[in-house]
Design a protein around this ligand. Structure first.
Ligand code: ATP
Ligand code: MG
Length: 170
């Protein structure tokens, strides 16, 4: 089985993936697979532009967890969408030294449910688990993901509404 872990930058994908790895699961960090597909560096947005279509098309089928903000573009069997309340997400991104424009762009995307909406464009609802990481530590998140992947907890999504944070200072 291939299980994706996606979400806005800062929601904790890499952190939870490290924990899953420590628990003995196979984990692929998608950031290590994009190099051949880089088109350019977007200096203004301080981000890499990659040929997402070719990357997704040529991605080999792997076993275990695949972690990264483009995981929902891959043909995963199950997909986990990590979420984080916008004000808390802003704190995590600032702590990482992200410039303010990049903090705002990501916080806005999170408040607009962009990662979930993109996921639901590619997957059936019964393949999707949305996890609010705001008040869960990475160990709890890892346990939920393990249980979901084992069919012990059902798919669920759509219980998060952060529209109140849209356009707010965070
Ligand atoms: N469950 C959590 N609770 C509190 N803080 C967390 C949690 N998960 C991650 N963090 C913290 O949030 C920050 C971002 O986490 P992480 O790097 O795992 O995010 P990411 O989703 O992989 O981001 P990116 O898409 O940029 O790679 C880190 O400082 C991490 O310690
Ligand atoms: Mg990461």
């Amino acid at each position: 089985m291939m299980i994706g872990i996606t979400g806005t930058p800062g929601t904790g994908k890499t952190t939870v993936a490290h924990e899953l790895c420590a628990r003995g699961h196979m984990v692929t960090a998608l950031s290590t697979t994009i190099t051949p597909y880089i088109i350019e560096r977007d200096e203004v947005r301080d981000t890499l532009v990659i040929d997402e279509e070719s990357w997704a098309r040529e991605f080999p089928r792997v076993e275990g967890f695949v972690e990264g903000h483009l995981a929902h573009l891959l043909p995963c069997d199950l997909i986990v969408v990590l979420r984080c309340r916008p004000d808390v997400l802003a704190g995590r991104l600032r702590a990482r030294g992200y410039p303010e424009a990049k903090v705002r762009e990501n916080v806005e995307a999170e408040a607009l449910d962009v990662a979930l909406i993109e996921t639901l464009e590619e997957f059936r609802g019964d393949q999707v688990l949305e996890i609010d990481t705001t008040e869960r530590d990475f160990g709890e998140c890892a346990s939920l993901i393990e249980e979901f992947s084992q069919g012990k907890i059902p798919p669920s999504f759509g219980n998060i509404d952060w529209s109140g944070y849209l356009g707010e200072e965070v």
